[in-house]
Design a binder for this molecule. Structure first.
Ligand code: SF4
Length: 455
């Protein structure tokens, strides 16, 4: 599937230092959330240093760079551009110097209705260097800082000006501040390694640096770390309502992460089980489309009693530099990314589980790969309901015209992709895939109903 998450964020406050290296490992484990650019900013003795560039975490940083960056606080970012384009100056953390000192900021999400806010700032003399929402947020915080007594108060006040999705980590010379929008669209958790304080988009990043997961930030909450001391500010939690992106469980997050108390792997497995209950079919084997279809395929197999086998092997070395062919050779792209395992498939009736179907082009090619490898029947199942609307909150789910489910019925899509049968997870089941999650959900791309009124 070719939907992308916008970003991943990571922050650490540890008076013993070595924070740049920890941020590097944290970002490495969040690489799935953004592969276009990355960066780390650190504070050492109130001095801000940073390095950011276009590229993967392993390409952008060297041991020498990490050594130079060393500090007692760090904030890091991996980026996939949904607004602002893939330019080096759009890489984060965003850093700025103003009369109150310095600020570094890492942001995951997308704001909505920013034009008025941006124009208002511009009329008051702001000159923006980039086209990103993140710069707008940094500017709002810097402006509020001039009117109040502390960086955290400035963050709390700036949040009242913003609408949309933002999980933020902000670093001032003395404090590391994490904040989550009052709708709680994007995940943001905190943990401890010893007494060091760590914030991250997903718990897999805490695990990667040897930290213990403590909890998800509440929608609207601001948490301030000063050295090893932590303070929570809940001024913006009043009236907040929880709308975590439900697609994090289906596709974006890593399966070894817990989000809002719910294991992502277990959510995907449950989605597969519900699919098996809702759309059982006579078949010989169940396979998943790597990577995010695999957990759901296991769940489908468990529930249906059919054997789960590896049927498609993913080329692990397809990265950012892969030159995507034009429309006419998209088939070539899928062939390079996925190889069918003939010994699992030949002569079999195959149920294939993918995480979702966007335009239908990839599904068509997968069905054709499986038939070429000798499948006698191919039954396509999607562990998400059909996409019927775009996302405005930090992912690139496209406009309705490009969403196949907006144009055609399920039977028509089945014929277009060449499958023997096709079924999607129901909306009702989607809402039951995360029983342990202590949050509500956004399901806007599946229902067209969003938690925020859009202009
Ligand atoms: S619209 Fe869809 S992808 Fe976007 S935040 Fe809501 S559930 Fe997630």
């Amino acid at each position: 599937m070719a939907i992308h998450e916008e970003c991943g964020v990571f922050g650490i406050s540890d008076p013993r230092g070595d924070c740049a290296r920890t941020a590097y490992y944290g970002l490495y484990s969040l690489q799935h959330r953004g592969q276009e650019a990355c960066g780390i900013a650190t504070i050492n003795d109130r001095e801000l240093s940073y390095h950011k560039d276009v590229g993967l975490v392993g390409e952008v940083f060297t041991p020498e760079l990490l050594h130079q960056l060393d500090g007692t606080m760090a904030v890091g970012h991996v980026r996939y551009a949904t607004t602002g384009g893939t330019r080096r100056e759009n890489a984060q953390p965003l850093t700025l110097k103003y009369v109150k000192g310095t600020l570094a900021l890492a942001h995951n999400g997308n704001l909505v209705g920013t034009q008025e806010l941006r124009t208002g700032f511009e009329y008051r003399g702001a000159i923006f260097q980039t086209t990103t929402d993140s710069e707008l947020i940094a500017y709002a915080i810097a402006q509020e800082r001039l009117r109040c007594g502390s960086a955290e108060e400035a963050v709390v006040r700036a949040m009242k000006l913003l609408r949309g999705a933002y999980s933020l980590i902000v670093m001032s010379p003395q404090k590391l501040i994490a904040a989550r929008d009052p709708w709680g669209f994007r995940p943001l958790c905190m943990g401890r390694r010893g007494d060091a304080v760590i914030f991250a988009s997903e718990s897999c990043a805490l695990h990667a640096v040897g930290a213990q997961y403590e909890r998800e930030l509440e929608p609207g909450e601001v948490v301030v770390a000063e050295g090893t001391q932590v303070r929570s500010i809940k001024e913006n939690c009043a009236g907040a309502s929880s709308h975590m992106c439900i697609f994090e469980y289906i596709y974006f997050a890593r399966p070894d992460s817990d989000i809002c108390g719910q294991s992502v792997h277990e959510a995907r497995r449950l989605a597969g089980k519900y699919l098996a209950r809702e759309s059982a079919v006579d078949a010989d084997v169940v396979i998943g489309v790597p990577d995010s279809g695999l957990d759901a395929a296991m769940g489908y197999a468990e529930e249906s009693g059919l054997p789960y086998v590896i049927g498609l092997v993913k080329n692990r070395y397809i990265g950012r530099t892969f030159i995507t062919p034009g429309q006419e050779s998209r088939e070539q792209a899928v062939r390079i990314k996925l190889g069918p395992l003939r010994s699992s498939i030949e002569g079999k009736r195959v149920v294939v589980i993918d995480d979702s179907i966007v335009r239908g082009t990839t599904s068509r090619q997968i069905v054709s790969l499986l038939r070429e490898a000798g499948a006698t029947e191919v039954h396509m199942r999607s562990s998400a309901p059909p996409f019927i609307a775009p996302c405005y909150f930090g992912t690139d789910i496209p406009d309705r015209e490009q969403l196949i489910a907006c144009q055609y019925t399920v039977d028509e899509i089945r014929d277009m992709i060449g499958a023997d049968s096709l079924a999607f997870l129901s909306l009702d089941a989607l809402h039951r895939i995360a029983p342990d999650a202590k949050c509500g959900f956004c399901d806007g791309c599946f229902t067209g109903k969003y938690p925020i009124a859009l202009d």
